[in-house]
Design a protein. Structure first.
Length: 89
């Protein structure tokens, strides 16, 4: 496989992954809205979502890689990586 072909495959794979992420976020957004409409408090829903996500990652990758990921979260939060509606001044 040539470098150009490998890059094209990589770009196609990245596009597929990006579309799957968009779809996953849309599904999660719908589920979130339904839970809120059913009276689940957003804080409770957030904790349940974090627990479910972390448990799934531990099942997939093991405790150490997930702990390493968790160690990066404070820096990423402070860098506004998870702030949807913030304005950087």
């Amino acid at each position: 496989m040539t470098t150009t072909t490998a890059l094209a495959v990589s770009a196609k794979e990245e596009t597929i992954i990006a579309e799957k992420k968009r779809l996953a976020l849309a599904y999660l957004g719908e589920a979130w809205d339904e839970a809120i409409a059913e009276g689940v408090d957003s804080e409770i829903l957030a904790h349940a979502a974090l627990f479910t996500a972390l448990a799934n990652l531990v099942t997939t990758y093991g405790e150490r890689p997930v702990a390493d990921l968790a160690e990066t979260l404070a820096r990423r939060i402070m860098a506004l990586e998870f702030s949807v509606d913030s304005t950087v001044q």
